[in-house]
Design a protein around this ligand. Sequence first.
Ligand code: ATP
Ligand code: MG
Length: 260
Amino acid sequence: MQFLSRKETRNKIVILNPKGGCGKSTIATNIAACYASRGMSPALMDFDRQASSIAWLQRRPTDLPQIHGIDAHKKSMQATRSWQLRVPSDVRTLIVDSPASVTHDDLRELTRDSSSILVPVLPSPMDIHAASRCIADLLLVAKVNRNERKLAVVANRTRKNTKSFAQLMRFLDSLGIPIVAVLRDTQNFVYSAEHGIGVHEMQPSRVRPDVKQIDTLVDWLDRWEDRRKRAIEISNISRQRVSPSAILQKNSASGPTSLY
Ligand SMILES: Nc1ncnc2c1ncn2[C@@H]1O[C@H](COP(=O)(O)OP(=O)(O)OP(=O)(O)O)[C@@H](O)[C@H]1O
Ligand SMILES: [Mg+2]
């Protein structure tokens, strides 16, 4: 029997894009609120020194389902780093909000043991450029394996039927990386940030399209174990696959044989 460590059985979702203001904290807090409303008691870890997600948690009404907050930016003199970053053992879903501008070391650290990585992108030429650099760094520096299919994009603050939206969707299509949600530009997200709640916890008639997109996103996130299993299968198959030159060498060593 194979025993899996807690890290391997935990759904660690990282929201990352060094471009400031693209919606990392908005998406992190709304995913956390969605999991909380599903009774999952998630943890929300904030690496940003602005601590927007932690401040959101502090504003959260006490009668709503609980979310465990971890202020990862604050470095304590009294506790070791691993003690400071510890996640309660019963937490199965960890959402990580990251700061704007991260070093290559931060990138590797943040994405370690992740099951999904979400890159929010805004529809503007500067943001599209920043997102393509971020994705390149994730693939080349953090060595995110494309086979694992854990990398996805969230188009944020979109306005349908605009030129910038069409440009963003063309760019995202060209990446071959899934677009797992398209969030509209709406004051609902501003309201949710101000009140420590997620769109799932707001009046349904007001937020229906927003809830639908967050649900689609969370459904994709929930399939992380299937994606990981598939990636392991693919890497096993490619390891077993004998290269054509190895077949030729084997055949020439054992004399001529027909391939048919
Ligand atoms: N879909 C949206 N519609 C309207 N406003 C939004 C939307 N998404 C985010 N915002 C607003 O945009 C601002 C920036 O969002 P947010 O703080 O989530 O970005 P961030 O990437 O976490 O920023 P930083 O890099 O500074 O941490 C906030 O005021 C937020 O309320
Ligand atoms: Mg933020």
